[in-house]
Design a binder for this molecule. Structure first.
Ligand SMILES: Nc1ncnc2c1ncn2[C@@H]1O[C@H](COP(=O)(O)OP(=O)(O)OP(=O)(O)O)[C@@H](O)[C@H]1O
Ligand SMILES: [Mg+2]
Length: 601
């Protein structure tokens, strides 16, 4: 797990050599991949007793108990290869040729009928509950009970141990499940391209995340989704568009969400059935096994494991949120059902990367301010509350540990604060957090306004005066976008003065080396800052042309973005720089689909 720690250690890009499989020859066939299949979830957890074995279970219904439902994915017809992640293939020990091979493609476009033994011919979907900003919801369930909510279009198809790590592979858009709530179970190419690119970009940024394995599109099946007409500035979509359906496969140690623990805790609390408490405990122990086995000794008793789990998840979650803010990422809809209990980023639907810095940046119109960019620490705290509440029933008779759990929950905001302070210090090349410096910076950044990514990258060169920083300032005086009412428009001289004063203060801090055991040169500091502040981020206005072209069968832009965005800290070529190291053009501010969206699926 990456932590925002001392600047010397703040080297977020993953060490590629660690990801490379050992000398073992890469897997080139599905038969070889099948040898690694190992289904811990279905083997150790409870199946819905009302489920059919063949997984033909595609209509909305209530699932009252059990951790999973066997579900047969619905393949997309006439699948075509769009992309695969070479980086993840290498980590898993898969040969690139597999991605275009017929049987691999069949499996990861939803056809399990021909998979080799011991792969299972049926996938599985899980139920989960929803809390929005810490408040329990039932309304989203068609039965108003919570029993019909969960993986509505996500179907896991494989668990395998590859290169010594257990991974689950989950189709997104794999058709209807009992949790589909009457919807089509599909994902369109647009949203699939977004999620596919974003997952690998986040990994390259050094932010824990689910990963992208593959992306296939149907050449013949399309579905309708609400969207924006060309040039629309409306908040809500104003037209319906036909979109090809696609299946992307994501990979993680598990897909257990905070909402999933909540579902079982709610049942246990209400004693909905005789095995409810046991099912909650099984799920929690399974989570520990899948996500925390390296840090929690299996020999410990359950109570102690639970306390350690809470402490570890708190550490991962606070580090995750600090990393999101470090790279300008807004999840957009950080409910408990989009919060992975393993502490990594999950569900790239409503997300966006900040262009013009705004603490209230929120690309998803349905998300509200509570899930906005700098409110994410507070949203995470609510999810952590939901997480701890779900563990509580298991400690009811163990007062000492219950008290420890409560203390861990209470400590969230100071743990979060400390992660944020280390993150801001690292972004600024400092060893210590300096509150007035950061406060003034955030105010200046918002009021100027500046481009979040460009600003920190320009600053990373440690300029002598503010001239280079101005490359990151939005200056169009056309009264649109972020410039309206900004300092650039209303008080340019005052703005220059404040920036100059701020820069002088920052210079004096980096040159004084406060907090450093051995003083660092400006070159060292700049190097560290450039590994903390990415040069490239996956802005929506880069992704739109990529999915638009992909909808016409041209995937070259997707591949180009994949390439650029998986080396986000590197300078890259001048061609790349010209194209992707840029301020967002004024016409995209406020444009539906480019700056905001209400439908993310
Ligand atoms: N087209 C669809 N058909 C069936 N269920 C859907 C569809 N779109 C979304 N859902 C379900 O609605 C719920 C909320 O949607 P949300 O946008 O969070 O999900 P998502 O992007 O599909 O999910 P995930 O969190 O799995 O990445 C989820 O439980 C999801 O499975
Ligand atoms: Mg979701």
């Amino acid at each position: 797990m990456q932590h925002v720690t001392a600047p010397e250690q703040a080297s977020w890009p993953q060490d590629a050599s660690r990801e490379h499989p050992s000398e073992v020859a890469p897997i080139t066939t599905l038969d070889e991949l099948a040898e690694h299949a190992s289904y811990s979830l279905v083997e150790s957890l409870q199946c819905d007793p009302n489920a059919t074995e063949d997984g033909v279970d595609h209509a909305p219904r209530q699932v009252f108990s059990g951790h999973y439902v066997p579900v047969n994915p619905t393949p997309i017809p006439n699948p075509e290869y769009v992309a695969h992640s070479k980086t993840l293939f290498r980590e898993l020990g898969l040969d690139d040729s597999l991605a275009r091979s017929a049987d691999f493609m069949a499996l990861f476009s939803g056809d399990l009928t021909r998979v080799p033994h011991p792969m299972r011919k049926v996938g599985w979907a899980c139920g989960y509950a929803l809390s929005i900003y810490g408040n329990e919801f039932y309304q989203q369930c068609p039965f108003q009970t919570g029993n019909g909510y969960g993986d509505g279009r996500a179907v896991s198809v494989l668990e395998a141990v590859l290169n010594g790590k257990r991974r689950e592979m989950q189709l997104k858009g794999g058709g209807r499940t009992p949790y589909c709530r009457g919807a089509d179970g599909r994902a369109v190419l647009r949203s699939s391209v977004r999620e596919f690119l974003a997952q690998e970009h986040m990994h390259a940024l050094g932010v824990p995340t689910s990963r992208s394995l593959s992306l296939y599109v149907s050449k013949t099946e399309q579905v309708q989704r609400p969207w924006y007409s060309e040039g629309s500035h409306s908040e809500d979509p104003d037209i319906l568009v036909q979109n090809p359906v696609a299946i992307s496969t994501r990979v993680a140690p598990s897909f257990i969400r905070v909402g999933q623990l909540e579902l079982f805790a709610r049942r246990a609390r209400k004693q909905e059935h005789p095995r409810a408490m046991e099912e909650l405990e099984q799920l929690v122990l399974h989570l520990i096994d899948r996500e925390y086995s390296g840090e929690i000794d299996p020999a410990l008793g359950t109570g102690e494991k639970i306390v350690r789990l809470a402490r570890l998840f708190r550490g991962r979650l606070t580090s995750l949120i600090a990393n999101w803010i470090r790279v300008g990422y807004c999840q957009g809809n950080f409910n408990s059902d989009n919060c992975a209990a393993g502490g990594f980023t999950l569900d790239y639907g409503p997300f966006g990367f900040c262009d013009a810095f705004d603490p209230a940046f929120q690309p998803w119109t349905g998300g509200g301010q509570h899930f906005a960019f700098l409110n994410q620490p507070a949203a995470a705290e609510r999810n952590f509350h939901s997480f701890c509440s779900a563990l509580q029933p298991l400690l009811e008779s163990d007062h000492t540990r219950l008290k420890q759990l409560i203390d861990i929950e209470r400590g969230f905001s100071s743990a979060m604060q400390s992660e944020l302070e280390q993150m801001w210090a690292a972004k600024l090349g400092l060893s210590d957090f300096n509150e007035p410096l950061v406060r003034e910076l955030l105010s200046l950044m918002a009021h100027t306004p500046v481009d979040y990514t460009l600003f920190f990258r320009e600053l990373s060169a440690i300029p002598d005066d503010i001239t280079p920083l101005k490359n990151s300032f939005y200056t169009e005086a056309d009264g649109t976008g972020p410039v309206r009412n900004s300092m650039v428009a209303t008080d340019p001289e005052g703005m220059n003065k404040r920036w100059t004063e701020w820069l002088a203060q920052w210079h004096s801090l980096i040159d004084s080396g406060t907090g450093d055991a051995t003083p660092r040169s400006r070159e060292d500091i700049a190097r560290q800052m450039k590994r903390t502040n990415p040069k490239y981020s996956l802005r929506e206005w880069f992704v739109v042309p990529a999915y638009q072209q992909a909808m016409n069968g041209d995937y070259s832009r997707v591949h180009e973005l994949q390439d650029v965005m998986t080396q986000p800290y590197d300078e890259q070529s001048s061609v790349v720089e010209e194209k992707y190291y840029r301020l967002k053009p004024a016409q995209y501010f406020g444009a539906g689909g480019w700056s905001h969206y209400s439908c993310s699926s």
